[in-house]
Design a binder for this molecule. Sequence first.
Ligand code: SF4
Ligand code: MG
Length: 326
Amino acid sequence: MLLEVRDLHVEFRTRDGIAQAVNGVSYGVDAGETLAVLGESGSGKSVTAQAVMGILDSPPGRITGGQILFQGRDLLRLKEEERRRIRGAELAMIFQDALSALNPVLTVGDQLGEMFIVHRGMSRKDARAHAVALMDRVHIPGAAHRVRDYPHQFSGGMRQRIMIAMALALEPALIIADEPTTALDVTVQAQVMDLLAELRREYRMGLVLITHDLGVVADVADRIAVMYAGRVVESAPVHDIYKAPAHPYTRGLLDSVPRLDQKGGRLYAIKGLPPNLMAIPSGCAFHPRCPLARDVCRTDVPPLHTVAKNRASACHFWKECLHDRD
Ligand code: SF4
Ligand code: MG
C-alpha cells in the first residue's frame, strides 16, 4: 500500500465542546490507484486528508489516535522537517478553491517555477521552461504566453488546471484532491476529471479523490470509501457499489444521483440531517436517518463486516441491504 490510514481519530476543541471529527477512519490506496472518499460535508473526509498532509489546524484540531502509513512509514512519528520534505516532494494536494490556494501577486509562471528552483535547484531560466511545459501538459492553451499571467486572469477551469500542474510539478507518489471540481460548471468539471484521470495513469500516482458527489466518481475511481460521522461505513470496488450497495447510507446516496435511464422520476433524498459531531448518535451513527434501523442499531456500534474480497460494510444488516435493491 502506498498510503494506509489506520484507525485515525481527530477531535476539535470548540467553545461549545469537543467535536469528534474523525472516529477511527481506515482506508488505503495503492500506487496507480484512485480511491474516491465520499460523504456529506462534516463526514470527516477533508479532516482526514488534512491529517495525512500534516496541515490540520492544530489547535483546535488534534490527532488523538491511529497511524498514517505512507510508503510504510508512520507520518505521525516523523520529525516536522522530514514531514515537510515528504509534503513537498511525495505528497501533494489540490483544493477546491484555486483562487485562494494560489498566490494572487505572483504570475503562475513564477509560482510553478518556484517549485523547481526550491526543490530541484534549477536556474530561473530552466524553471521557467519547465513551468511552460507543465502548463502545456495540463492543456492550457498558449502556455508560453500565459505563463506571465496572474491567477485572476484565468477562468475557474484553467485555474484548476494550474493547481493540478502545481501538484504534479515534483511528480509526487500521491495526490489528494479535495472537491477539485465542485466550484466549476458541469462541462468543465468533466474536463478537469478527465485530466486528473489521464495524469494519474501516465504518472502512475495514487489519487485520493474527495467528493460529496457520487456522480463524478463512476468513471475515474477504482475504489470508493463512503464516510459518515467520521468513519468509513462502506468500502468497495466502484462497480460493486454501483451494482449493489451494502450499506443503507450508500444506497441513499446512490438513489439521490440523477440517472439518465430514469427521466422524470422523483429523486430520493436521505431524510434528516448529518449528525452533530458534538453529540454523535449512539450505536450506529446513521440510525436516526436509516430506513432499515432496528433496536440493536441504537445500542451497538456496527463493526466493519467483510462482505466480499476487498469489500466491507459497517452495517448490522448489510446482507439485507445488499439483496434488497430493486
Ligand atoms: Fe441502518 Fe442499522 Fe445498518 Fe446503521 S446498522 S445502517 S441503522 S441498519
Ligand atoms: Mg470538505
